[in-house]
Design a protein around this ligand. Structure first.
Ligand code: ZN
Length: 118
């Protein structure tokens, strides 16, 4: 994976996560109280484990899913596996990553998952 591309995806992922958390803070008083106690510097680095403990009641399941997916993608960047399908190990096309920066499955495996979950 091109390092510059991965870096830009990381920036995008962090800002998407921040956006989810900020939207929640704007609409949910309980969540805002939690956020205000946090160091703003760490805001985007809040691990989903912390979110599980402190914020699960404030977060909708859809948001939790997205934040988990973003965290998973960020940790794959750290491990140097970003852009490779977690299932088959094939490269995920950059167009797919640009559309969905937290995609961890290639399109074929994603389709397989969707079939299985139906
Ligand atoms: Zn795959």
């Amino acid at each position: 994976m091109d390092k510059e591309f991965v870096d830009s995806m990381r920036t995008l992922l962090v800002s998407q996560k921040r956006q989810i958390l900020e939207t929640l803070a704007a609409t949910n008083a309980d969540f805002r109280a939690i956020v205000e106690e946090m160091d703003p510097k760490d805001f985007a680095d809040v691990a989903s484990d912390d979110i599980d403990r402190k914020m699960i009641e404030a977060l909708g399941s859809q948001d939790i899913k997205r934040i988990r997916a973003i965290d998973a993608a960020l940790s794959r960047i750290q491990q140097g596996h970003y852009g490779l399908c977690v299932k088959c190990g094939k490269k995920i096309p950059t167009e797919r990553l640009q559309a969905l920066p937290y995609a961890v499955l290639c399109i074929e495996c994603q389709k397989g998952e969707e079939r299985r979950n139906r």
